[in-house]
Design a protein. Structure first.
Length: 148
């Protein structure tokens, strides 16, 4: 069975379009002199968590055949999560467009109501769960007793 060969220029068109969109937005942001707002941070957080998920899957599939490359990709996976966490924290430090009188913060026991606060917090909690699943050793039953 043969597979169709995709020319390099046509590989991953959606990733290329997303990258072009981010570059365009970065150029536009450089021309305007305004601080980031919650909408920008929400969209950037969405991109970072999407990249986080993609890098996680690519690292998992690359590591068996190419362990060194897989380790580098796993490191990038962790750094993407750290970047998303920082954007999430920045989102919560910016004032809301309309001040409701209560500080909207991310609380896992009682999430804020409505978008974009609920949306960014849900994404952050999901990516945090994924990174903990990858980096925290699983409990494989009782450990043998230590001898002196």
């Amino acid at each position: 069975m043969t597979h169709a060969h995709t020319p390099v220029g046509d590989a991953h068109p959606y990733l290329r379009a997303a990258t072009a969109g981010i570059r365009h937005h970065a150029r536009q942001a450089a021309r305007t002199s305004g601080p980031a707002d919650r909408v920008h941070l929400d969209v950037l957080h969405s991109h970072l968590t999407g990249l986080h998920l993609l890098m996680d899957r690519l690292a998992d599939t690359t590591r068996p055949q190419h362990p060194a490359a897989g380790r580098h990709m796993a490191s990038a996976h962790l750094r993407l999560w750290q970047a998303a966490t920082s954007v999430h924290d920045a989102f919560h430090t910016l004032p809301a467009a309309e001040h409701t009188g209560s500080d909207q913060v991310c609380r896992p026991d009682g999430l804020p109501e409505g978008p974009p606060v609920l949306t960014i917090c849900q994404r952050q909690l999901a990516s945090g769960h994924a990174i903990r699943r990858k980096t925290t050793p699983a409990d494989h039953g009782p450990r043998p007793a230590r001898t002196a």
